[in-house]
Design a protein around this ligand. Structure first.
Ligand code: PRT
Ligand code: MG
Length: 211
């Protein structure tokens, strides 16, 4: 049995056409079903629905053979035990530093001020500011980072931005791009060695579909 780990929402939606290219169709919709294991049209393939941040963990320990996860999530996880053969070019966005509209980020940098930063991406943020030689106090949040600067919890946020609508709606502005993000196919390395005849055709179909 091949197990593929996916998260609901944008990753599931954007993965559906890739799965279809590999001849795999979920028999239930994860948005309406409460099942965490979804059967597919193929008896030898099942999907498991997990939190986006948990996808690398399921694949790392071999509970799933394949998974699809954002580069943001993989960078935080570290990627141990994971083979990353394909950038699927889906769920694209940017990792950005953002501050309140009136906040002078450049002046803070020039003055060497110590910034308070809220983020879910502590490792990414730590590495980014360390590379710039900036001193920051990082505060870990699990969501709605945009609120932090509005209520005095922080000066800045490190978060994903796609349309920019959430920043605008909260009177925030992006001041620095940390990197471009898309979702990757991740494969358990041991499982690939053991089950290459089953896994490789799926990987190849994904590769063709994204051409
Ligand atoms: O939502 P939940 O807490 O369950 O988990 P999650 O946020 O980890 O999962 P999900 O499904 O929301 O995101 C899965 C993956 O999609 C992420 O790991 C990213 O790789 C990718 N992705 C692409 C995004 C976005 N675009 C995105 N815009 N993930 C989150 N956002 C959020 C962002 O954090 C911000 O709050 O959307 C908001 C900004 O969007 P705009 O369009 O207003 O700029
Ligand atoms: Mg989300």
């Amino acid at each position: 049995m091949i197990t593929i780990a996916l998260s609901k929402g944008r990753i599931f939606e954007e993965t559906t056409p890739l799965l279809a290219a590999a001849g795999i169709h979920a028999l239930e919709n994860p948005e309406s079903s409460r099942k965490l294991i979804l059967p597919t049209n193929r008896e030898d393939v099942r999907l498991i629905i997990v939190r986006a941040t948990d996808v690398p963990t399921y694949v790392q320990y071999g509970a799933a053979d394949l998974g699809i996860a954002g580069k943001d999530v993989l960078d935080e996880h570290g990627g141990e035990g994971l083979y990353q053969p394909l950038d699927l070019n889906i769920a694209k966005c940017k990792m950005m530093v953002a501050v309140r509209d009136g906040f002078d980020y450049e002046a803070c940098i020039r003055q060497g001020a110590r910034l308070k930063v809220v983020t879910k991406y502590v490792k990414t943020a730590r590495e980014h500011f360390a590379a710039k030689g900036m001193h920051v106090d990082l505060i870990k949040l699990y969501g709605s980072m945009e609120l932090g600067p509005l209520v005095g919890l922080a000066d800045a946020i490190v978060d994903l931005v796609s349309t920019g609508g959430t920043l605008r709606a909260n009177q925030l502005k992006a001041v620095e791009e940390i990197g471009v993000i898309s979702s990757r196919l991740v494969v358990n390395q041991a499982s690939l060695k053991l089950n290459r005849t089953q896994l490789q055709p799926i990987i190849d179909s994904f590769a063709q579909a994204i051409q």
